[in-house]
Write a protein that binds this ligand. Sequence first.
Ligand SMILES: [Ca+2]
Ligand SMILES: [Ca+2]
Length: 357
Amino acid sequence: MHFKSAVILFALYFVTAAQSVALNEIQLDEIRLLFRTYENGIYNISKDDIVSMGESIGMNNISDFVYKQGVANAIQLLDLLVFLANNDKKTDDIKKSSLLPYEVKFYVDLFSKKDREGNKDGLLGYDEVMEVIDALDLENWTSFDYSKSALQCLKNGFEINKKINASDFLHRIWEVKPEGTGLDRKQVEDLMTLHNDNKIDGHINPVGIMKFLKKLSIFKKDYEGQLAFDPKRKAALELQDLLMLSAEYSNEEKVGTVYTTPSVRQGLSDFSIQDVNKDGLLDNDEVMEIANHYVSTSITKENIVSFMIKHDANKDQRLDLAEFFMALFKEGVNLSSYDANDEKSVHLYKPYKFSLI
Ligand SMILES: [Ca+2]
Ligand SMILES: [Ca+2]
């Protein structure tokens, strides 16, 4: 099976809007830099400061952020992080490890809950941070450093006498979050069932999502209530985040062909570039384009219909991301050329750019 170069054809689509991929390292660094400038809390960050930071990470609608006058910086930051995670930014890069909107919401909620139990300044001390991370199912996170557990790696990023804000916390979680063991056919089947059988008004049923998330190694059992989520996006887009989360956080034993997390990210990136109207679905022409980059048999106007009949499982005349990956499994596509080392594993051994507050 060969993989044809996608560079030339895909270059045409680079100008289209990126799909939200939550928060990546560059963006988290910009946010931290802004809030660090004001760390003593004497002056509040102005809306202009936030708009200018938002523009620097390529956000078009940052002025839609509801700025709360007179609210402490670190508290304002909690809403800002969730807002940024849910909106497109030009610096979004699907191919890089990021914190997905789900993760940002879960981790910011956890942080914020602990702060509300304490002195409500939007900052947490070391002991509080330790209590927060106790909720995480770290025993089941794949550690980037084989000599240390994920728990130890995470702990090492916090200093005993320093308080941190939510962007520091997210950055550290991003550094330690599991790369995961990727995707097999069963995971994609489960996602197809979740997506096709649990829809309410075009959204995936939140009960179904919660059941799905509980099978992932994100929180310990006692904290699974944190996984409650009210999906705002259309089912096919929600499906994309759930598929990425499954690649990163599923610990179920895999059977048969497994696509690694970097190769899944690359597949999602290619899919998203073809998905011109950003509805999470590809029509016949778009499928023909992408299938020809992956599948050895040439897909033409003549045989695209039979290809779609074979792979459009829910018969909506479109291919969603789960159907796309299922098509790759069924067609025996090898994605090992995508298994390049993620920059993250290299990054993690670098010294931290910022000392914590
Ligand atoms: Ca589309
Ligand atoms: Ca379909």
